[in-house]
Ligand binder design. Sequence first.
Ligand code: B12
Ligand code: SF4
Ligand code: SF4
Length: 383
Amino acid sequence: MEPNRRAQLTLRIKKRARQLGFHAVGVSPSDPGPDDKLRVWLELGFQGSMTYLERQAEKRLDPGKVLPGVRSMICVALAYPHSQPLPYDDPNRGVISRYASGDDYHSVMGALMTSLLESIREELPGVGTRFYVDSGPVMDKYWAARAGIGWLGKHTNILDRKLGSWFFLGEILLDLELDYDEPALDHCGSCTRCIDACPTDAIVEPYLLDSRRCISYLTIELKQDIPEDLREPMGNLVFGCDICQDVCPWNHPVPDSSVPDLEPRPVNRSPELWELAQLSPDEFRERFSGSPVKRAKWRGFVRNVAVAMGNSGKPGLAPELTNLLNSEDPMVRRHAGWALKQLGTREALDAVRRRCSREPDSETRATLRELLDDEAADPAGVS
Ligand code: B12
Ligand code: SF4
Ligand code: SF4
């Protein structure tokens, strides 16, 4: 395409993206570049149980394998509301991270991306395109950094000096050359606040995250037992984690986003743990319908709630935990047992003892037995 026409087309696409409500837009060439960091990360095992990242690694490393003939990546960012205070200091309540407090961003952003794509197709009938929001085999952060949307912070999120990091990313692949933006410059400098604040030391070195230690992974992606040594540091976080972003100086102050569908649902702002623990699987599905929280599924979510209750220091939560100890799901029972042990009252320990004596699942029985043995060895919790 002739350079002038290409420049104008690029500008029109960017203008349309802004009109639709995207907070940033940038364009990068789609050549894969000399980036083997994904491979290194996978070799280190930092993906944990997210095996889909391994299966699709070749595609992730080369958009040409996703859309043959691709030339350009149009990257967009949509900011989400972030100014609501989270109840970190209230042990009776659970923290749901900001990105997940409103409607599911996949559908909210997907609708905007569809409109952007339609306007591109109107102007360029027959052009080869594809778009992704999070769920595709595309490295959203890598392309966003190359398209100048923001830099990859030491906490491994993309951030910008004006927007902070409270935004989602998406991209349109296009088999047409456009005018390209410069990659964003790194403004982390000597700061290490995110690394220092991470409760589980998941940022093992600047720009390198071990998902297996990250509370976001533990509360959303992990479908099995949460490693015991990471449960206490989780505090009252029941879905996702915003701590490394909360402490980032570039996130203070940034104007709040006003995308109505992403506004926190009132029930998600500061939910009481006892109430979350009482949700049946059907009630969970209903309450979190159309919300990112449903990704944890009932058993994962209630497991997280049990851990938060164990960390609460509130013996008054023992009855709800005792109900979970009798839940139909063995993983939930094991976490409820751990949480009751953490509360450490006679009522709580008696409940574990009673369950242990009639526990049908051998793995769960062994876990409960271990908890009780530990207690017998250290009854006053003084060792
Ligand atoms: C897997 C995944 C996770 C995993 C792993 C997180 C991670 N840091 O990669 C877990 C479950 C832990 C997770 C957590 C969260 N996630 Co997530 N996640 C993803 C997903 C699906 C893939 C990311 C990936 O490929 N990771 C693999 C590693 C290897 O990638 P990497 O750290 O980015 O490093 C690569 C490049 O950045 C590059 N690189 C390294 N250094 C440099 C330097 C420069 C200059 C450049 C250009 C490149 C570069 O090398 C690496 C390999 O190529 C993306 C969506 C997508 N399709 O991309 C969302 C995504 C990254 N997640 C997102 C969000 C919002 C979150 C949470 C904030 C949610 C929450 N509140 O709980 C947390 C943040 C945790 C954290 N500190 O990062 C957003 C991030 C938006 C943003 N502003 O950056 C994304 C982009 C989803 C979206 N479309 O909006 N997530
Ligand atoms: S999201 Fe939470 S656990 Fe994960 S790296 Fe950031 S502070 Fe650490
Ligand atoms: S807290 Fe500091 S080191 Fe971490 S991403 Fe923000 S500026 Fe970079």
